[in-house]
Design a protein around this ligand. Structure first.
Ligand code: ADP
Length: 567
């Protein structure tokens, strides 16, 4: 006898055996999860009583029937009570030879589950081919066998086939019509998540599937990523945060061209949303395709209503997968194109902005540069003072532009005004006040008109900023002797703030552009301004759900009209 020491190195396990071992491990793991279901089935006598399947309980020690349901009693020609006490050998003839591939056997903790074709004996002596799902349950107080018996006799198969054929053709034809209709409805949806939701919902409500789940293929991460699906109660479930690796699954084999992704299992484990097996039933998986491209999977099962698979259902799901694949891919492409366009527009705006900033800052910086150069070389106090003043003026200019830019960006990124009741007459008065001296100096008449007591809900600080800007523009573009008039106008459900001047006016081809950020009509004349004033005004007005418009005649003046809703 070999001692342990003298034992040669254990030979490597041959590959097929190793593979088989792995398979067995997998089966054992799967059935560990099945245990609670088996237990439930074994104790749920009431369930079997009403089932179409025959159900028998057999004491393992005595080999005699201890319980039976009506279906098995009917099938074998006995009364239900008469079956109790019968030895199982008197009922079960033998395991049938047909359908060898249909025999399966699982073992878990010593409990055995076998699914096999067999012959059962009718009371009058003839045999009936059946399919047996036999679960042997070892319990502390004894062991028993639970038989689930499905009639596979020719008449039964025929009945089943006829029942199936009865109206399948008609059903399939009408489902195809429905598929056509829902495809049209689905193609009108333009939000990706809404579309996924609707695909699942229509699959259940219109195409008659019991449960549907939708998984998208993420090739970069080798994941199948969840979308929407149906939960155990039939409600729509958001599964977007979920994913599973497909490396060891048939998806991988499909992608490698080894299997067809669309497949049908009649006795597959069905999973709940915790990815736990909750039952066995049929399961169809169909690829979502965009042309040849694999986009994802649609999966359907019969967990809820347990209806037998209709023979057209795999084909129907396959067609639906093509519809779902194309529509989702189309929408993704459209969204991507939109984002690209948006990015492009954004880059352009930023580019223009940076170019404008460069231009606006270059002039003052050049001036500062030359003045600084001269300052370093001059001893004359008067000249030095002039140079210093020049530098200060340029710094002030840069500061003005920067402040306006920061303000513009701030208003753009925080558009929500903080509204309160604002008396417009008071606000206009407050806005005009700082310009009274300037107007007097330039021989301009500044007048305020309109009814008092007009109250709007507005952000007072911002609205003041907007009106001030319009008054300032009017004053700056009106030659001496002219007039600037601010008037308040009441409409039915809105109020207008009009700023009218008798100034130089704006050329028709410029009118549309003056609200654009950084746009200035006359570059040389308005160099000291930021070109952001009207852009800021428009942002403020729009944030108040209002509008701004301008009417202008070159040479005779302009009117800027703000219109705010009265709430
Ligand atoms: P800025 O902040 O540089 O004044 P705005 O955005 O306020 O720029 O104005 C844009 C352009 O519109 C200015 O360059 C100016 O020429 C023109 N503009 C604005 N208001 C008036 C007005 N009341 N009359 C004539 N032109 C005006």
């Amino acid at each position: 006898m070999l001692t342990e020491d003298s034992q040669p190195d254990s030979p490597p396990i041959p590959e097929p055996i190793e593979r088989r071992l792995r398979e067995l491990e997998w089966i054992a793991a799967d059935y560990a999860r099945l245990k609670p279901i088996i237990e439930r089935t074994a104790h749920g006598g009431a369930l079997e009583q009403s089932s179409d399947f025959g159900a028998l309980y057999v004491d393992l020690i005595t080999g005699r029937v201890i319980d039976a349901n009506r279906a098995i009693a009917d099938l074998l020609g006995w009364g239900q009570a008469e079956l109790i006490g019968q030895p199982i050998e008197s009922l079960e003839e033998s395991a049938a030879e047909a359908e060898p591939e249909a025999s399966r056997r699982y073992v878990e903790n010593g409990n055995e589950i076998r699914i096999y074709p067999a012959l059962f004996r009718h009371r009058d002596g003839h045999t009936i081919p059946v399919r047996v799902n036999c679960r042997q349950l070892n319990k502390p107080d004894g062991a028993l066998r639970y038989y689930q018996i499905e009639d596979r006799s020719l008449p039964s198969l025929l009945r089943e086939a006829l029942r199936q054929r009865d109206d399948v053709d008609f059903q399939f034809a009408s489902r195809l019509k429905v598929l056509n209709e829902i495809t049209i409805a689905l193609s009108r949806i333009d939000d990706f998540d809404d579309l996924c939701r609707a695909i699942v919902q229509a699959g259940i409500e219109n195409l008659g599937f019991d449960r549907i789940g939708m998984w998208f293929h993420d090739p970069e991460r080798a994941l199948m990523v969840g979308s929407f699906g149906t939960d155990e109660t039939g409600h729509l479930r958001d599964e977007r945060g979920e994913s599973w690796r497909y490396e060891d699954t048939y998806i991988m084999e499909y992608l490698q061209g080894k299997v067809e992704a669309a497949y049908t299992l009649y006795d597959a484990p069905l999973y709940d949303h915790h990815h736990q097996v909750i039952e066995h039933g049929w399961h169809i998986a169909a690829p979502m395709l965009d042309g040849e491209r694999f986009v994802g999977m649609l999966m359907a099962d019969n967990y809820r209503h347990k209806h037998p698979m209709k023979n057209f259902e795999p084909e129907l799901l396959r067609l639906y997968g093509i519809v779902a694949g194309q529509l989702t891919a189309l929408l993704r492409a459209r969204e991507r194109a939109f984002v690209n366009r948006l990015d492009h527009a954004r880059t352009q705006v930023i580019g223009q902005f940076v170019a404008a900033i460069g231009h606006d800052f270059r002039t003052p910086l050049a001036v500062i540069n030359t003045r600084a150069y001269l300052l370093a070389r001059s001893d004359d106090p008067a000249q030095r003072r002039t140079l210093m003043e020049d530098v200060q003026a340029q710094v002030q200019q840069i500061n003005t532009i920067l402040t306006a830019m920061l303000e513009f960006v701030a208003i753009q990124s925080d558009l929500e005004p903080r509204p309160e009741a604002v008396d417009l007459a008071e606000l206009v008065e407050q806005a005009a006040q700082p310009y009274r001296a300037l107007c007097a100096e330039n021989d301009l008449r500044l007048t305020l008109e309109g009814e008092p007591g007009l109250i709007v809900q507005a952000d007072p600080e911002r609205l003041l900023r907007a009106v001030s800007e319009l008054i300032q523009n009017a004053c700056e573009h009106t030659p001496p002797g002219g007039q600037v008039r601010v008037s308040l106008v009441r409409h039915d459900s809105a109020v207008g703030i009009h700023v009218t001047d008798t100034g130089i006016g704006i050329a028709p081809d410029q009118v549309d552009r003056i609200f654009q950020p950084l746009y200035r009509v006359d570059q040389a004349r308005t160099e000291r301004r930021s070109g952001l004033g009207l852009a800021i005004v428009r942002s403020i007005v729009e944030a108040h759900h209002g509008q701004i418009a301008v009417t202008s005649t070159p040479g005779s003046g302009s009117t800027f009209a703000i219109r705010l809703p009265l709430r």
